[in-house]
Design a protein around this ligand. Structure first.
Ligand code: MN
Length: 287
């Protein structure tokens, strides 16, 4: 098994103050993970230099993720709204780099929330242009972008692997990869394995989440099918556990993701269980 296994920081903490980050790093290491994923939604308090030093001392990798906002959205047809979204993306890429990360992923193409209409032609053209420029900047830093495919209630830009491949083709940069998330796939795809094969070697990042985003194995996601397909395509990139509960709240991200329920209280128990679950699933798949 060569995939780095990661955990999303919201399993531990809701913010990115120096104390929050130190705690997230400590807990990620203690739970046996290789990588911490940090959302940059509320990164105003982040001390990137201190965080980088803590990650290095713990021997942990870092990946960063985010979605945009309705008033800072590169899929808008309004150029002022697009410009604010573009600034968030460039600032977040710089923070990821300052943390020592090479993967910047998520809904980099829209807000995270329910849209009231389909994506416009101008909006899609704006996404392509902004992400072309961001990909060029990322390439200069040896960094990779991920297009995380999200369900229809969180974006109108890409809901399926097929949509994401078309968008990536139009962006046309080798460092723009596809990011699959089992939680979203469960809502939009025909199966958990065929999209993995469709994406193939363009897969760059993976989120593992249950259909209710709680404990792995308690819901009905076909993890055997998903991990089997990952092994089939020879995927060696990061696999990150993502879970949310009202027990740990981010001031903005939790609301964007509609985290209203208490699915767990003990992040450590959850994370240790998830790490074993993912390692066992990889082993069973022959990865
Ligand atoms: Mn995700």
């Amino acid at each position: 098994m060569t995939n780095p296994l990661g955990v999303h920081a919201l399993v531990w903490v809701g913010g990115t103050t120096p104390d929050d980050v130190a705690r997230a790093v400590r807990q990620t290491k203690a739970a046996g993970y290789d990588l911490l994923e940090l959302s940059l939604h509320d990164a105003v308090n982040l001390d990137a230099a201190a965080a980088k030093a803590e990650l290095e001392a713990a021997g942990l990798g870092i990946a960063c993720s985010r979605g945009l906002a309705f008033d800072a959205d590169v899929s808008s047809a309004d150029s002022a709204v697009v410009a604010r979204g573009e600034k968030l993306l460039h600032d977040s890429l710089a923070i990821t780099h300052a943390l020592g990360g090479t993967h910047f992923t998520g809904a980099l193409y829209s807000a995270l929330g329910k849209y009231g209409a389909p994506l416009s032609t101008q909006g899609r053209a704006n996404v392509v242009q902004v992400l072309k420029d961001l990909a060029a900047e990322a390439a200069g830093l040896d960094m990779t972008l991920g297009l995380e495919i999200c369900n229809r209630y969180e974006t109108n830009v890409i809901n399926t692997a097929a949509d994401a491949l078309l968008l990536a083709d139009d962006i046309g940069a080798d460092n723009v990869t596809i990011h699959l998330d089992t939680y979203h796939m469960n809502i939009e795809e025909d199966s958990l394995d065929a999209p993995v094969r469709l994406v193939g070697d363009r897969l760059g990042y993976v989120h593992i989440g249950e259909n209710h985003r709680g404990y792995l194995g308690q819901g009905h996601i076909d993890f055997a099918g998903f991990f089997g397909a990952l092994a089939e395509i020879g995927y060696t990139g990061p696999i990150t556990f993502e879970s949310f509960s009202s027990a740990v709240v981010s001031p903005t991200l939790s609301n964007d993701l509609a985290v209203w329920r208490n699915l767990w209280d003990d992040g450590m128990d959850l994370a240790v269980h998830a790490r074993t679950f993912m390692a066992d699933a990889l082993a069973a798949a022959g990865a």
